[in-house]
Design a protein around this ligand. Structure first.
Ligand SMILES: Cc1ncc(C[n+]2csc(CCOP(=O)(O)OP(=O)(O)O)c2C)c(N)n1
Ligand code: SF4
Length: 527
């Protein structure tokens, strides 16, 4: 046992290793990526044969993790918040099957959308699935809670969600380690019907999940992660969750703090503790990073008239974006030190790297499409999405992973065109392949430009399972061999690349262009 200096994400990974996992499954996505990377880098992973390869997407990651849990071993699944949408089907159903070996789903939310398309709150998703959530307030708790999450998962036979937010995922601090646990030996579930969600058994399993809810509530009331700290001034009582608790303690230091503080780190919310705090306070101020999830639930638990509940819903705190210590100080009527805000710094637009293969790929797409004012380019998510910004400014869309191909199809189905999808190799593997199948099935006239740079560049050069095999995959999905063109996106090939794309655009049916050149930083994709 030793103390370690770790990022919040690394603390989760170390907690999982010390909790005796046999496998980690993940698809990269900021702010969650470092969890898997720490498992991969750990000197313990190879001798303990811990599975730690990247999955094709978040759904396949969680399904494999549930398979490992079914075999009686402990598994960690990691993703960013929008990844949980992709994994939603298995996530909702895994709550119904329950677990055998411990299963923890670490989900990193991104309030303020530092690198995401929205700021959805995974605590709400977890409550929707009727499972149990832990939300750490600092790096040490991220480590401790991961270990506790595995214990809860095994004791209650439920996948446990560990909800992180960007700031904690990327904060660094020293953690004190706990004794390591042995990995489980394989052992199949005692009642195999738990994992058979055919209606006969699904109804029984659903009832079992509903019946567990009371236990989850009791566990929350008793949890060491939910604590009520009294303070002398009861004009305001604070309810603070996750990192917001650490901010609250910055604003209200000392023991006791000036106001009573109920810290919430385990969900469902501890209703008794909330009522106890409310009974002695004129006002409650709810502090949480993300949606006003606890604030809404607190209002449901308390009488309508007293105490007054303040937070993000009544405008005491900003409704959107990361919660900041400044915003909390302001809500408490404290003087605030102006923080250095990004707006005061010169704005630098993100740009593709010098020599990036996407520069030439987007260049030939733009030139070929220039003669079609009604045509559109549907971008997917990856480095190439920067093509929507100056100086390239392709006119089109960028919505969610895999949507480029299907949106291009819908645009064409609406009678408009030409319709081009631009998608990277990893995104194609993640959720582009089934989209292409839809287009092939209907022989919709779209052109799919797949940018094969051999890696998942945007999230840190992880391995891409389809790199170098995309032509064969497209052929296997039913694209005409003659309509699969592989070209090299280099300036010296620009004119011939434009010609090839124009030929593809003229084809009535599905055509594919594979632009194949390594990311300039792709000195060899990681694991
Ligand atoms: C559902 C979901 N999971 C993960 C991410 C994070 N993410 C954004 S783009 C991307 C993959 C980019 O790889 P690729 O398409 O190959 O393009 P490249 O960056 O290599 O150009 C990932 C993992 C996301 N935005 N949404
Ligand atoms: S990391 Fe690679 S793919 Fe991304 S912009 Fe830079 S060179 Fe291009």
């Amino acid at each position: 046992m030793s103390n370690l200096l770790l990022l919040g994400n690394e603390a989760v990974a170390q907690g999982a290793l010390d909790a005796g996992i046999s496998g980690a499954y993940a698809y990269p996505g900021t702010p969650s990526t470092e969890i898997m990377e720490h498992v991969q880098r750990s000197p313990e992973s190879v001798p303990r044969s811990i599975h730690s390869r990247w999955s094709a997407n978040e759904k396949t990651a969680l399904e494999a993790a549930l398979g490992m849990s079914y075999a009686g071993k402990r598994a960690l699944a990691c993703m960013k918040h929008v990844g949980l949408n992709v994994a939603a089907d298995i996530f909702m159903n895994a709550a119904v099957t329950g677990t055998n070996g411990g299963l923890v789903v670490a989900v990193a939310d991104d309030p303020s959308m530092h690198s995401s398309q929205n700021e959805q709150d995974s605590r709400i998703f977890s409550a929707f699935a009727q499972t149990l959530t832990l939300e750490p307030c600092d790096v040490q708790e991220a480590y401790d809670m991961t270990i506790a999450a595995f214990a809860l998962s095994e004791a209650l036979e439920i996948p446990v969600v560990l909800r992180l937010t960007t700031l904690l995922s990327h904060s660094r601090s020293v953690i004190v380690r706990q004794p390591e646990r042995e990995a489980n030996q394989a052992s199949l579930p005692e009642d195999a019907t738990h994992f058979m969600l055919i209606p006969l058994y699904a109804r029984k399993n659903w009832k079992r999940l509903i019946e567990k809810q009371e236990t989850f509530r009791e566990q929350s009331e008793m949890s060491a992660f939910n604590t009520l700290l009294d303070g002398p001034d009861h004009s305001v009582g604070i309810i603070a969750t996750g990192v917001a608790y650490s901010y609250a303690r910055d604003c209200l230091p000392g023991t006791p703090p000036a106001h009573p503080i109920l810290k919430i780190g385990q969900y469902p919310i501890p209703e008794k503790a909330i009522r106890e705090l409310a009974a002695s306070c004129e006002t409650l101020l709810v502090l949480e990073d993300g949606a006003p999830m606890v604030e809404e639930r607190v209002k449901g638990v308390l009488p309508a008239d007293r105490p007054v509940v303040k937070g993000r819903l009544d405008g005491t705190l900003p409704r959107c974006g990361e919660l900041t210590p400044d915003a909390i100080a302001c809500a408490l009527g404290q003087p605030t030190e102006p923080m250095i805000r990004p707006q005061t710094l010169p704005v630098r637009m993100p740009r593709l790297c010098k020599g990036c293969p996407h520069v030439e790929s987007l260049g030939f797409v733009q030139e070929a499409m220039a003669t079609f004012p009604d045509g559109r380019v549907f971008s997917d998510i990856g480095c190439y999405a920067l093509g929507l910004l100056p100086p390239i400014e392709l006119e089109g869309t960028c919505v969610n992973m895999g949507s480029s191909i299907t949106m291009a199809k819908g645009f064409r189905d609406a009678g408009l065109g030409p319709s081009v999808a631009v998608i990277g190799d990893s995104t194609f593997a993640h959720s582009g392949m089934t989209a292409l199948l839809d287009a092939v099935f209907e022989q919709t006239s779209i052109t799919v430009v797949i940018l094969d740079n051999g890696t998942v560049a945007m999230t840190g050069w992880q391995s891409s399972p389809v790199a170098g095999k995309i032509d064969r995959i497209c052929e296997g999905l039913g694209v005409d061999r003659g309509q699969i063109r592989t070209l090299v996106p280099l300036a010296c090939n620009h004119d011939s690349n434009v010609v090839q794309l124009r030929e593809a655009l003229a084809y009535e049916g599905v055509s594919v262009i594979i632009a194949q050149r390594e990311c300039v930083h792709g000195e060899g994709a990681k694991r």
